[in-house]
Ligand binder design. Structure first.
Ligand SMILES: C[S@@+](CC[C@H](N)C(=O)[O-])C[C@H]1O[C@@H](n2cnc3c(N)ncnc32)[C@H](O)[C@@H]1O
Length: 209
């Protein structure tokens, strides 16, 4: 979906202001994902700087942790919502993080084929509606052979009212991502974890092209 057709820039015009103050309380697993992804890529022992990107980087929280975990890496953050990316820009400017930021809807033209060693999606793909499946195909194209994909996101919920509420917030909560990741990438690690006593489950996935 193009940025113009997406409802997300309107949604985040308000939510960008309260994003960092509120999301720590329910976007679980982000630090763990970055740590595991960085460890995995570091173990690959590439002889050049790691080329990493976070798609749907939002306010840049993970970009800062990625740059700490992968010193010397070239890191790019992509996001469709300017208010979110503006916050990322300020966060990056306050630190030694050298991440490049790119305001665009993620698509085949965002990177050259085979040009990345690591792609991170953190609570982004459940908001790619439509387009999450095309985004996975595109990520596969953008990864170099042996490149890694790291995903943390909502998985499922037994509570219909909660699914509906998350839908109002543009999140699709159908357990649809994990099987499609398994179909496209060799599984390096998968975790399924409960949140708030089982109100929902979230997953971490580390895969290899
Ligand atoms: C819930 S936020 C997650 C932000 C960050 N990754 C984190 O973990 O805090 C989802 C982000 O994905 C971005 N996004 C959604 N669809 C996108 C698309 N098609 N292309 C690029 N970014 C997108 C949204 O603008 C939003 O900033």
């Amino acid at each position: 979906m193009t940025a113009d057709a997406s409802p997300l820039p309107g949604y985040y015009r308000f939510h960008a202001r309260i994003y960092d103050a509120t999301r720590w309380s329910f976007l679980f697993g982000r630090d763990r994902l970055v740590r595991l992804a960085a460890e995995t890529v570091a173990r690959d022992g590439l002889e050049r700087p790691v080329r990493a990107a976070e798609i749907g980087c939002g306010t840049g929280r993970n970009l800062l942790s990625l740059s700490r975990a992968l010193p010397g890496a070239s890191i790019t953050g992509v996001d469709l919502c300017r208010p979110m990316l503006e916050r990322a820009r300020r966060a990056v400017a306050r630190t030694a993080c050298q991440a490049q930021l790119h305001c665009a809807a993620y698509g085949p033209g965002t990177f050259a084929p085979g040009s990345l060693d690591l792609i991170v999606f953190s609570y982004a793909l459940t908001m790619f509606n439509p387009g999450w499946d095309a985004a996975l195909d595109t990520a596969r194209e953008h990864l170099a052979p042996g490149g890694r994909i790291a995903v943390v996101d909502f998985h499922d919920t037994p509570a219909g009212w909660f699914r509906t509420w998350m839908g109002v917030n543009h999140v699709r909560f159908d357990g649809h991502l994990a099987p499609e990741l398994q179909a496209r990438f060799a599984v390096c690690r998968q975790e399924l974890r409960p949140a708030y006593g089982g109100l929902w489950r979230y997953f971490l996935f580390l895969g290899r092209k």
